[in-house]
Design a protein around this ligand. Structure first.
Ligand code: ADE
Ligand code: ZN
Length: 327
């Protein structure tokens, strides 16, 4: 099995319907049945509805032990598919909305990352992530929390949410705070927004990676800039198809971006919302985009190299990848 690595998975979006139902029962939360589509998927009409369903499901994660269960279940599933490294985006804003402090939410996550390493050999790390449509002030507060309460497993700062809200420059104070404290940064851009959104993010924010970034493909000069700067794209093909950014895998620019020299990785984004897993993303990159096993191992190498873990951890992961490549 090819070692897999993932840089872009929203932790609150990694809990599947069965676990969300269990957490809802444990915490006395009543959920509308309409948010579920069978046992394994959530139901939503469009991206705005996705965010609504996502917030309802995330609202069932109410205690450190809930974060523990969500994190451990996800990392164990990834390890079962051959993943060696996963960066999880956690949202202190969602934790706060569910009544948890920053410290509470981190407590469960880091305990589960330790247990996943012990039991399954998978290395997990956390990217503390703010939500764009919650606004620049909340973003600064999230960055402040990450900086004020540092943890060795919290290795980066990021932003998701509605890309059309505010301008990238509005979030410069939050990103600068994180960056100046030594946290590398990534931002969702070029998912729903076009090349101008990617340019704005790169101009205003100290980021070495982009969440998605795929719509940069519409501007060849911008693609050259991504290549020249060595920006890594956290590409989430099934997410993009599920949210309607592309009509199907045949229209997806993963291959075009890779062929142009961009550093591309494969990611699941919000697996049970989009009906995917990191293993499935690698399989479809082989089946739909024609990547060989060697090319897929190269994607893993890119992900580890662009990962925000410390150098020793990355060296250990690359050694595991090399050991597989040599067999
Ligand atoms: N938050 C969770 N999933 C997201 C996505 N695909 N885009 C933006 N924000 C998100
Ligand atoms: Zn995302």
């Amino acid at each position: 099995m090819i070692p897999l690595a993932e840089l872009h998975c929203h932790l609150e979006g990694a809990a599947g319907p069965a676990l969300v139902r269990r957490l809802a029962a444990r915490n006395g939360v009543l959920l509308p049945a309409t948010i579920f589509a069978g046992e394994a998927r959530f139901a939503f009409a469009d991206f705005a509805d996705f965010l609504r369903v996502y917030d309802l499901a995330a609202g069932c994660i109410r205690a450190p032990e809930d974060y523990y269960d969500v994190t451990l279940a996800y990392l164990a599933a990834c390890a079962g598919e051959g993943a060696v490294y996963v960066e999880l985006m956690s949202s202190p804003d969602h934790a706060a909305a569910a009544g948890m402090t920053y410290a509470d939410h981190l407590e469960g996550i880091v305990a589960a990352i330790a247990e996943a390493r012990r039991a399954h050999g998978i290395v997990g790390r956390v990217i503390v992530t703010c939500v764009r449509h919650f606004g620049p002030e909340r973003a600064v507060e999230v960055a402040r929390q990450a900086v004020a309460d540092p943890h060795s497993l919290v290795v980066g700062f990021g932003m998701g949410g509605d890309e059309s809200a505010y301008s990238a420059a509005d979030f410069a104070p939050a990103f600068q705070l994180a960056h100046d404290a030594g946290l590398p940064c990534t931002v969702h851009a070029g998912e729903f927004g076009g090349p101008e959104s990617v340019r704005a993010a790169l101009a205003a924010l100290p980021v070495s990676r982009l969440g998605h970034g795929v719509r940069a493909v519409e501007d060849p000069e911008l693609v050259r800039m991504l290549v020249d700067r060595g920006v890594t794209l956290e590409v989430c093909p099934t997410s993009n198809v599920a949210t309607g950014v592309y009509g199907g895998y045949g229209e997806h620019p993963f291959r075009a971006l890779r062929d142009a020299g961009c550093r591309v990785t494969l990611n699941s984004d919000d697996p049970p919302y989009f009906g995917t897993t990191i293993g499935r993303e690698y399989r479809l990159a082989a089946d739909e985009f024609g990547l060989s096993d060697a090319a897929l191992a190269g994607v893993t190498r890119t992900a580890i190299t662009a990962g925000f873990a410390d150098a020793a951890t990355k060296a250990g992961l690359l050694a595991r990848l090399d050991a597989w490549t040599e067999t």
